[in-house]
Design a protein around this ligand. Structure first.
Ligand code: ADP
Ligand code: ADP
Length: 542
């Protein structure tokens, strides 16, 4: 076993990733006897955005600490005093030589955006603008505030901001600095697609126009594709060892990752391929309706946000994707369905048991994961439950930990498991991709789909990761309107119509990668972009 699973491998006997023979050389860094070892380093380059694609716990932060000069890599000799001279010897003649020389001369300054923006308010006491002004080293702050749309919240205390607002504030605060090297650990959590695309553009501008080096970790593959010039794939065994490959082209790096095989390295990182389909799924003649709901209206009060939902039908055992910008009423609809909110118009007379995973997960009790999950389902610990839920979500290793000690990704997996473990008619998941690394997204997607298929369950998934929605959803419900003012939801539609509705509103088209059929965002105004818009085909090949 690879150490992840309790009994049998949910991914059909995953191959154990052994240390490849060519890496039997010493690592770049090892923390101590029998502790994590890092092989390889990414190469920051002025004027370029370098991406890293790989799971959490694989050594990305360790690599950045070395590249920032905060830690001298010990080349595996953890007992001895490390030196930059030795490190430089190791990288002489490689693409890193010049960079390491500069680090040695203490000539590299760095700005970084942390992964977990939720923790910022506990580290900074004050208003948003107070934090931001302290970072305005290039005079670019005002422009960032406007383009990231955070002007309305600048006078608010940080601890009143939503996750998406904090993410954009953190990004502005990082990009506004005047440094040589910028490290961004995930830009997409809590942002909607429009905001993700804007963030990617701002980062590219900083690299290109200001000639800075940017290193970015990103788990939303459509955004990573847009963001990076070159890509390092990171693989290994999280917590044990990590290998950072030589740079690849972004297209090849993502394709190799999706096919599960790194060709230069001759390394299989996953048994199976992740497949996308160029053409929309055939319209299915759906079976039994689970709910037929009427037109719904809900307002939070005079002059407050209001929502209109077109009448529609949700069928049994389908996975319904829900897409739309932030602040448009998606969570409000979920709450109407769960009965937590009462509609102003439209009688929701169905009596359904709904299991709900909220966007922000507050399970901060000093309770162990196993105790928490066994309090939700009697199936806990059965081989059925392990195969369907615990193994695909990699819960085995964290069962004995306390809920309040979990990382963001661990907490997300427990919350998804808790939701699926409930006995319910409808499972509603709000942004299950948040804080999951790219491999965990693949596994969570597999787990949710399999669960729905094997158990004839109906799932409603709200998410901004287009790859995840593509792999998960049978049909789509699309929200549009004016965020924070009013929202409108279409009835559930076939994938092609839904994607066209959604992307036309965003003015974004996707082409297909020839090798993997994965969707790639078209350059605005490119020939394909213009052609597809004219044809009204924003996502699937006509
Ligand atoms: P990532 O950024 O990819 O999530 P990190 O570089 O933070 O990964 O960590 C990689 C591994 O190194 C983790 O297993 C972590 O526990 C371990 N690690 C990080 N810092 C130390 C340290 N100072 N001593 C021992 N182990 C560490
Ligand atoms: P989404 O899930 O699409 O991001 P929400 O349904 O959470 O959107 O929120 C839609 C709008 O309603 C937002 O502007 C939000 O601030 C507002 N809102 C949410 N809950 C309340 C409430 N209890 N009272 C007043 N306004 C609210």
């Amino acid at each position: 076993s690879c150490g992840i699973c309790v009994e049998k491998c949910p991914f059909d006997a995953i191959e154990i990733i052994n240390l490849p023979t060519e890496l039997e050389e010493e690592p770049v860094h090892r923390y101590g006897e029998n502790t994590f070892a890092l092989y390889g380093l990414p190469v920051p380059e002025s004027g370029k955005v370098t991406g890293i694609l790989g799971p959490n716990g694989i050594g990305k932060t360790t690599a950045v600490r070395a590249l920032a000069g905060e830690m001298i890599p010990n080349l595996g000799a953890h007992e001895a005093e490390p030196s930059w001279e030795a490190a430089l010897d190791r990288f002489r003649g490689t693409e890193l030589q010049t960079y390491i020389e500069r680090v040695q001369a203490d000539d590299v300054t760095i700005a970084r955006k942390p992964q977990y923006v939720d923790q910022i308010p506990s580290q900074f006491d004050g208003t948003t603008i107070e934090l931001l002004e302290s970072t305005d080293e290039r005079g670019a702050l005002d422009d960032y505030i406007d383009r990231l749309g955070i002007r309305p919240v600048v006078d608010q205390p940080l601890d009143t901001l939503s996750g998406g607002e904090l993410q954009r504030v953190a990004l502005a605060a990082t990009l506004a600095r005047d440094r040589d090297f910028y490290f961004l650990d995930e830009i997409s959590p809590y942002l909607d697609i429009g905001q993700r695309v804007t963030a990617a553009r701002l980062i590219r501008e900083l690299a290109e126009e200001e000639d800075r080096a940017v290193l970015a970790v990103e788990h939303d593959l459509a955004i990573l594709d847009l963001l990076a010039d070159t890509l390092h794939v990171a693989y290994g065994e999280p917590g044990a060892f990590g290998v950072i490959t030589d740079p690849k082209s972004v297209r090849n790096g993502i394709n190799e990752y999706l096919t599960g095989y790194l060709s230069n390295e001759n390394m299989r990182i996953r048994p199976g391929e992740i497949e996308f389909h160029e053409h929309a799924p055939r319209e299915t003649s759906k079976s039994t309706p689970l709910i037929e709901y009427p037109d719904i209206r809900k307002s939070y009060g005079e002059g407050e946000f209001s929502l209109e939902v077109d009448a529609g039908t949700i069928y049994e055992s389908e996975v319904l994707g829900v897409v739309g910008p932030n602040g448009i009423g998606k969570s409000t609809l979920a709450k109407l369905f769960t009965g937590a909110l009462e509609p102003d118009a439209g009688d929701l007379d169905f009596r359904l048991d709904i299991a709900y995973k909220p966007q922000y997960i507050e399970i901060d009790q000093p309770m162990r994961v196993d105790a928490f999950l066994s309090s939700i389902t009697d199936d806990f610990g059965t081989s059925y439950w392990k195969t369907e839920i615990a193994n695909p979500l990699q819960l085995d290793r964290i069962m004995e930990r306390n809920l309040n000690d979990l990382s963001g990704g661990e907490r997300q997996r427990v919350a998804i498991a808790a939701c699926l473990s409930e006995d319910a008619d409808l499972y509603v998941m709000d942004e299950p991709s948040a804080h999951l690394d790219v491999e965990q997204r693949v596994q969570a997607t597999t787990a949710i789909r399999r669960y729905a298929e094997n158990n004839d369950e109906t799932v409603l998934v709200i998410d901004h990761d287009i790859y995840m929605i593509d792999l998960l959803a049978d049909r789509l419900m699309v929200f549009d309107g004016e965020p924070s003012e009013f929202g409108h939801a279409t009835k559930p539609q076939e994938m092609r119509d839904g994607m066209n509705d959604f992307l036309a509103d965003l003015d974004i088209t996707f082409r297909r990668d020839e090798r993997t059929q994965r969707p790639r965002i078209n350059k605005p105004g490119s020939q394909l972009d213009r052609k597809q818009k004219k044809q009204g085909e924003y996502y699937y090949a006509p």
